[in-house]
Design a protein around this ligand. Sequence first.
Ligand code: ATP
Length: 739
Amino acid sequence: MASVTLMKGANKVDGSLKGKVLDFLYKLQEDDTAPGLHIEPMKTYKDSRARTGRVDQQFRAVLFRLNAGTEPHYVYAGTFNHDEAIKKAQTSILTVNPVSGIAELISAPAEGSATPPPAAVVPPAATGPAYENGLQKAGYTPSYLLEELGIPERTGAAAIGAASVEAFEQVVTDEAVPEWQGLALIDLEAGKSLPDVKEGLGIGDYVDDPTKSEDEKLAEALKHPASKLEFTYAKGSEDLEYVINNESFQDWLVFLHPAQDQYAVKDRNGAFRLSGGAGTGKTVVAIHRAKHLADHFPDSRILLTTYTKTLADSLAQNLGRLDPGLKQSDKLGETAVTVTGIDSVAAQIWAKASTEEQTGASSAVLGTPDAAATSRSNDKEWGEALEQVEHKLEPALANPTFLGQEYLSIVLANSVTDRDGYLTVPRGGRGTPLNRTKRIEVWKVIEAYRRICRSKGAVSYPELAALAAEVLRLRAAGGGGCPFNHVIVDEAQDFHAGHWLLLRALVAPGANDLFIAEDSHQRIYGQKVPLSRFGIQIVGRSRRLTLNYRTTAQNLAFAVGLLSGIPFTDIEDTAEESADYRSARSGPTPQLEGKESLSKELDNAAGWIKAWTTDPDFAPETIGVLVRSGKQVDLLVSGLLERGVSTQKVSGDKEAHPGEPVVMTMHRAKGMEFSKVILFGVGEANMPLQWALKDLGEAEKSDALLQERSLLYVAATRARDELVVSWSGKPSELLGVGA
Ligand SMILES: Nc1ncnc2c1ncn2[C@@H]1O[C@H](COP(=O)(O)OP(=O)(O)OP(=O)(O)O)[C@@H](O)[C@H]1O
């Protein structure tokens, strides 16, 4: 028997070779002395542990053999063409970094060669705009980086000497530079302090233990949190299969950043909030946390929830990928992980409540015992209420946006059921002040709204959430307990007061009760409401992720630029930063293209899609064309078809099929990602949507504008590799590019 650790990239072999690699590794685990494996040491080597093994006639596996326990342990570094494998085995060294204690595979120049490893090459000089290197600015020197972190002086010098963003990225993403070193340099360059960088990577004071053999030290180092960025231990044959069969873009299933890992597994003594820019892995952490809690508390009932059904379906699918054996259940309150959208949770609780519970909840929330709740109301009923009631409200108050927000954030959030209650309830946090006379007028409309909805047997989604919360509250007060032990929320920035009431009622306050992943910059629905109002205390229990795994540094810079200078606050009203988001990937600069007519803009989009899809290996469905409104989706699909480009419209719960680029609204693209993205129609007429701002008061208008900006940020951050932004006529003011 032998045990095996796999290195990142182990899965990056051609599909046809995967089966052979797996066979080789199974046999290695069973018996490393089996003759068919041809495990051979190198004649010349830099590391005496280096071996190659025979995968087939042409391909060899590169391995490092450790004697650190009762059975041999192999670190598998990948499968390569015969000659390449020999060279890699001869020139690579598996070692423990003497300063950080992290395991790393480094390359040494081949015997007799004077060529230094790539990181020593001085990167090209700046070609783009003036670049201020954060390492230079902070006064770091190569010797300091070596002393404090163990980053070789040659790498440190190259990073400090980088004179452009591209040159810096070339250094930190160089294959010869261990991943943890690249990430540490990216963090330091972005201005993170050295102690924070060390903490983020789990680097403490490493002390060499002379009583241990070198192999024992290596085996220990492989367990360091930052070693897990590149090395993963395969427990048995199932683990081997899992890693090797992984698609290349699903590295997150196995290789977590130490910060991500920590947020996934650390016990919390109450609610906890994880924030972070788009693509920093909040969803990845939420999924890992669900699995971690299920593994560690096998008798518990866990809810993983988010804003929409589509996103919930994708969470369920990815949780299934992470752990195919994990019990998932659609039934609320089963010992399992339930993955479902928050509105569906509310609907299920209400539907299953007893008549007595429904009557009690309806009286407490709506002031009437008979909320039938058989259908859903929407904004239309506000229009009807305004028509039915004689009121003296000015246009800024007499509109569905203001009234809907007031109703949700003040009336429902505080279970106000009558006029006196409304006249005395505190309205802190609402932008538009209301004196007593105005409150009386507003209440008249609210009463009419409630009456109209009741006559239709309808409740709104927020009402349903508040009703479900009250059902649970009544049940818990009667000794019935809460349906869940742990609740994990993704995309929490869009949750409204009704949702927060429900979340609080779904799980009792206590250890690991609520884990909240959110990004205030991506709030595109609803109102921000302080969580403390709902008995959820996260002040001081909040952390941020800043490394973007999804998009290139160029796309990220563009997206973050959309937010710069605009103040954002998080769920607890604390200023939210965006300046320090960063990416370790590089790609083309986003293209901003204004055309004189819609027809020309369509020509342009068709041109991009045709160019991208000429490569037969490129999957067309990884192109996303995103627009502001549903109307534009239809226009685009037919306009592109006229130009010989067939696309698919994706809306609602519909899933995209392979073979065609996807056209959808920016709202629908929330939480998704594409290789290439065109943001189409980002002109003055479409963004911000003028009709959505009509008649709004100052506070509501500025919030609506903020949400339009966030929507553009959400849309721009869907692109992994390439981004094109186009418009016809004048550009949107949100782009800040001038006419
Ligand atoms: N440790 C990791 N290794 C490799 N890829 C990762 C890692 N963490 C995240 N990713 C990838 O980065 C992308 C973004 O991750 P994720 O969707 O979790 O981010 P997010 O913060 O939830 O983004 P958004 O807020 O935009 O929805 C995904 O493609 C994911 O696979």
